[in-house]
Design a binder for this molecule. Sequence first.
Ligand code: ADP
Length: 540
Amino acid sequence: MKSTMMQVPLNLCHFLERAGRLFGGVEIVSRMPDKSLHRTSYADLHRRARRLAQALQQAGLRKGERVATLMWNHYAHFESYFGVIASGGVLHTLNLRLAPEEIGYIANHAQDRFLIVDDILLPLFERFKALARIEQVIVVPLTGKPVQAPFVDYETFLAGADGDWDYPHMDENDPIAMCYTSGTTGRPKGVIYSHRSQVLHTLAQCMPDAVGISGRDVMLPVVPMFHANAWGVPYAACMLGTKMVFPGPHLHPEDLLPLLEQEQATIACGVPTIWLAMIQLLERDPGKWKLSPRLRLTVGGSAVPESLIRAFARQGIDIIQGWGMTETSPLATIARVTQLQGEPDEDERFATLASQGYPIPLVDLRIVGEQGEQPWDGKSVGEIQVRGPWITGSYHDLPQSQDSFTSDGWLRTGDVAAVTPLGFVRITDRTKDLIKSGGEWISSVDLENAIMAHPAVAEAAVIAVPHPKWAERPLAVIVVKQGVQVTEAEMQDFLARRFVKWMVPEAYVFTDAIPRTSTGKFLKSALREQYGDWKWADAG
Ligand code: ADP
């Protein structure tokens, strides 16, 4: 017997058509480089994305060819997300925070043929263009200054298409977008997404038990649109017709807070470092910003300290933590209290929210240690391995990367975790960040979370440094809040209340800032380079 259901391919262009038909009047707000607000609508997104698709085809784009973007978060990037896909091309979002040589390597490796770039980022393009083989450059005139030949003005490019155009034939497994891992661990690797992977990811992500996104939300993505599909938010917003507020190039909390307030955003997403900085402003000046009572934050990319979740809760703002990676589209687990927990007390509730959460539907997850698959007992640790329809099974044109996958078809994430009996993942580290002291593992994530719970601490990162007796010891790099102080001895006392003695670091560095990766996480490799030859006063 066969099912009687229609075989309709999953297709992201459906979202664009739906938004054009149902949600044309919903606003899309973008902050420009001069901080003015630019307002368009889903009707504009629909019309202009289709024109972009037609114009790209007229310019010679063939199916499956790459169109790179080098852009901040704004309306034109949103249009490119759908226009490139609608043309049959593959959207390749370049990470503008990487070094020019790295961007050039990536653009060349992906064989990008077209580039859509913000005018304010042209100087960056000039620095890597010799390394890439980009044939046509389309410039978004964010500043309003005229675009000089040989570059093509984005508006002129769109005006060259009349919109009388049909979508090319598409299969649900066709490639639609690609993204390179930000290279925290070695050479960037390319992941290619399909209609199918992103439609399914979007549906799962929007569920109330996952991120819980609604058409009645106002969404402010701080996460850059070049970081793992902006966590899938552009697809979700278009599917639901959610009002978008794009911050443009202004990502400092002092710029974000007035925007959150003015547009009454109800959901914002970004890595923990953004919110660590924002909470200081909120606490320093309580009541200054009249934020939406519905505002919640989705946070991921690195572990979210429980102290941060509690601090935002005191401001009436919930934090929803997700875990994932470029390879997983990115969402794989989400931290939500489940029905099996009933009404947990405050400590259990915050502990749940500070975990990486449980796997969302269609994601299979297991923990594999040296002895094989580990039980979900909350104690046994091993590498997280995942499998599912939006998890990559290989890397673009990188046959030597087979080590990243198991012979039975799971992705090896390189993250080390234990899973509780209820299915909550608790990441202890990335494999390379673990600290092995005297033969015992110490979790840098646990130490960081504990240090950041100290009232004087704004930010902290813990790394392993070589030690003559213990092989490795933890070293804590700490940024204290403005106007307060803390000593090493106080920090040690504070940690001794939570950790057994041998886990408490005896090495501390107090500094003004912790270096960041291109996606805003703490850059531990730079700290290891800087402090790797730590001189131990007493090696006993
Ligand atoms: P990169 O690998 O270059 O940092 P990604 O953004 O793809 O780029 O990073 C994925 C990694 O980020 C994960 O493997 C994990 O180590 C870390 N990560 C993501 N979300 C979380 C989280 N909620 N808690 C802890 N670590 C996280």
